[in-house]
Design a protein around this ligand. Structure first.
Ligand code: ZN
Length: 440
């Protein structure tokens, strides 16, 4: 027996019609054995001949869970199958496919099916099933007709709502994923940004425009005209990430699948506006990303999924946020099919474990008299580029933009930006100025 290569989508071989098997000779027996071996090696529960490049009506299937469930079925070889009947009642189920590694989709199919086929020796038999095997039979028989699971996808009409970098990979993913029909993007109107304070579009509106996705800039998403517009778009699901406005109940209750929120912390820890900055400031070793179902209380919705990651020793809030954004997009993509199929039991957040972060402002960047070198270094990693970390010399602000701790745990300043001037190496600054010193 040998392990055969399984063809991955897209490939025209997965789209061709197959021919009936007419003889049951040694060559066919060998092919069947190879298919069984290949399916088992790949940890699959079904394999159709077109997936290994053979235009023949052959399927092998088997499912034996370690804990023995009623979904189990023994090894079966299905040749020249014909669907005799299917039930009127349909159900949603998660499907995977060896030709789509890692992809899981939420698909609607008839619940029961009756199939006639030949076994590996050419003897006719009938299978009837209404559990997992019914699903596998329909999926694999599709393969014999050049039909793939993506052709059955249940498309969810989705709105995306967000402003900042945390939502960028998720928006990109939703735009690409055939499971979502992106109706549009809501983002906050251009707002003064950074130290200069010039009005700038949000990162999400820039990405939406690049992706050629319809987007709406709003000052208040809960304004009656905006709510009415969202109602008219009739989303089935809203995805929310890094949005500065609170979403009112009126909007939350509109989509049948509710609002899912990507939050960059291990909720219930660090609710509120600055979870990433706060975790760096506090010197945490780990953080994570959580998908919650939004309710009216800020960041307090039930948890659908959570992923923990380690914070790197020198990581800045900006870098950590970018990493969490990628993990958040992955986690969202993995969570949504299970959520839609109602296979996730949401976890209620433990209120007694909750903590709330604050919105930082310019004054939070001022180094206080008693700050330790470690605290200052964390501030530099957490509060740059905004609001910036500074000390005052003769009434002028000197921003510390880069620093590290040496072996003696003393603060080493690497770069500064004196108020109104450009960023420069600390050596350049200190050549013409008094050394910056911090007690503590
Ligand atoms: Zn398949």
């Amino acid at each position: 027996m040998k392990k055969l290569d399984v063809i991955k989508d897209p490939n025209p071989l997965l789209r061709t019609e197959t021919e009936e098997v007419l003889s049951f000779d040694g060559e066919i027996q060998e092919l069947i054995d190879d298919m069984i071996y290949t399916m088992r090696s790949a940890d699959g529960i079904g394999l159709a001949a077109p997936q290994i490049g053979q235009r023949k009506k052959i399927i092998v299937a088997e499912y034996e869970s370690p804990e023995k469930s009623e979904e189990d079925f023994p090894l079966i070889v299905i040749i020249n199958p014909k669907i005799e009947s299917v039930s009127d009642d349909e159900e949603f189920m998660i499907e995977g496919c060896l030709s789509f590694p890692g992809k899981e989709l939420y698909i609607l199919r008839p619940k029961k099916v009756k199939v006639t086929a030949l076994d590996r020796w050419g003897k006719k038999y009938t299978i009837e099933d209404e559990k997992l095997l019914a699903r596998v039979l329909q999926h694999e028989i599709d393969h014999l007709n050049g039909v793939l699971m993506i052709d059955h996808i249940k498309v969810i009409k989705t709105l995306f709502v967000g402003n900042g970098s945390l939502g960028l990979p998720a928006l990109e993913r939703i735009t690409d994923d055939p499971q979502f029909q992106l109706l549009g993007v809501y983002t906050t109107s251009d707002r003064p940004a950074g130290r200069s304070g010039t009005p700038a579009p949000t990162l999400i509106s820039e990405l939406a425009s690049k992706l050629k996705v319809k987007y709406y800039k709003v000052n208040d998403i809960n304004a009656p005209n905006v709510v009415k517009q969202i109602k008219n778009l009739a989303p089935e699901l809203i995805i929310l990430a890094d949005f500065s406005q609170i979403i009112a109940k009126e909007i939350i209750s509109l989509p049948r699948y509710g609002v899912l929120n990507i939050h960059p912390s291990l909720l219930p820890k660090y609710r509120g506006p600055s979870p990433v900055v706060s975790t760096i400031l506090n010197g945490d070793k780990k953080t994570g990303v959580t998908i919650i179902k939004l309710n009216e209380k800020v960041d307090a919705g039930d948890i659908l999924s959570q992923l923990e990651i380690r914070i790197r020793p020198r990581e800045t809030a900006t870098d950590l946020k970018l990493r969490l954004a990628e993990f958040g997009a992955d986690l969202l993509a993995e969570t949504v099919p299970y959520y839609l199929a109602d296979e996730i039991r949401p976890i209620v957040q433990k209120e007694e474990m909750a903590s709330v972060t604050k919105k930082f402002s310019k004054v939070d960047g001022k180094i206080s008299a008693g700050a330790t070198p470690e605290q200052i270094d964390r501030m530099v990693r957490a509060l740059n580029p905004w609001p910036g970390v500074y000390t005052e010399v003769n009434g002028k602000k000197i921003f510390i933009t880069k620093s590290h701790l040496n072996k003696e745990k003393k603060l080493v300043i690497d770069a500064v930006k004196p108020e109104g001037k450009r960023e420069m190496k600390y050596s350049e600054y200190s050549a013409g100025n008094k050394q910056l010193t911090f007690s503590g």
